[in-house]
Design a protein around this ligand. Structure first.
Ligand code: ADP
Length: 244
């Protein structure tokens, strides 16, 4: 196992959002989390890379045992260095060009020289056919291009896991496919990914495992065929028939 989460609990004031999550992921797996809005999917991702801090639970990541209720700053930085997140609203630096957005983490997070960082960023942009956009600012790019830059920015750091938080939900429908294509390429290259999405065809075609999440709990998990074609739980069935 690359990542093993046990009994993760999180509440905001008296709203219990995660009720004791157990989730494991092997290197190379693509886990796709589906489920109703407001059920805690984003919060779960944010608790995995410590953008939010859980109230209790444990996590083993790359063989390192972590007590989620009592993390040191070193542990937080270490986990953040080995994970990367792709956000719904891209979160690119608006006053930086595409290549600056990508090289920033290499320079400040990984202490690389500016020259090396720019070279790596260029190579990464080229690999997804966006090198011609290197000097564009986010406002000069489409939403789809911004998100594809967001994905390059995350993956150029060579993270063990990339967390995708509804990466296509802010996009115009005709741009969704371009981002999903890049995500599928990454999955095919063996990148370990946890993806929160409403794109059921992506879940069906790319997921190693689908997790149906509702009301702060994992209700059901299985292969895409198990979850989509033979859901066992009533709530999974209801959710799938509501979105069909
Ligand atoms: P989902 O991703 O499934 O749509 P979220 O994880 O975004 O769900 O939200 C789950 C619940 O947690 C919601 O009730 C939301 O209002 C609440 N929540 C999320 N973040 C915060 C926060 N920072 N402060 C207070 N409540 C929050």
């Amino acid at each position: 196992m690359l990542l093993e989460i046990k009994s993760l609990k999180k509440k905001f004031a008296n709203n219990t959002v995660l009720k004791g999550i157990n989730l494991s992921i092997k290197a190379g797996e693509v886990v796709v989390i589906i489920g109703p809005s407001g059920s805690g999917k984003t919060t779960l991702l944010r608790n995995i890379n410590f953008l939010e801090q859980a109230d209790s639970g444990t996590m083993v990541f790359k063989d390192k045992q972590l007590n989620l209720a009592n993390l040191s700053n070193e542990e937080i930085l270490w986990v953040r260095r080995h994970t990367a997140m792709v956000f719904q609203n891209y979160n690119l630096f608006k006053n930086k060009t595409a290549i600056e957005n990508i090289s920033e983490g290499l320079i400040f997070g990984q202490n690389r020289s500016k020259k090396d960082a720019l070279q790596l960023a260029k190579k990464a942009l080229d690999s997804v056919g966006l090198l011609d956009k290197q000097d564009f600012y986010p406002a000069q790019l489409s939403g789809g291009q911004q998100q594809r830059i967001g994905i390059v920015r995350a993956t150029v750091l060579n993270p063990d896991i990339v967390l995708f938080d509804e990466p296509t939900s802010a996009l115009d429908p005709e741009l969704v496919g371009t981002v999903l294509y890049d995500m599928k390429q990454l999955a095919d290259q063996g990148q370990t990914m946890i993806v929160v999405t409403h794109q059921m065809s992506f879940a069906r075609n790319v997921a190693s495992r689908v997790v149906f999440f509702a009301d702060g709990e994992i209700i059901e998990t299985g292969t895409p065929s198990e979850v989509f074609d033979h859901p066992k739980n009533k709530r999974t069935k209801q959710f799938l028939s509501a979105i069909a």
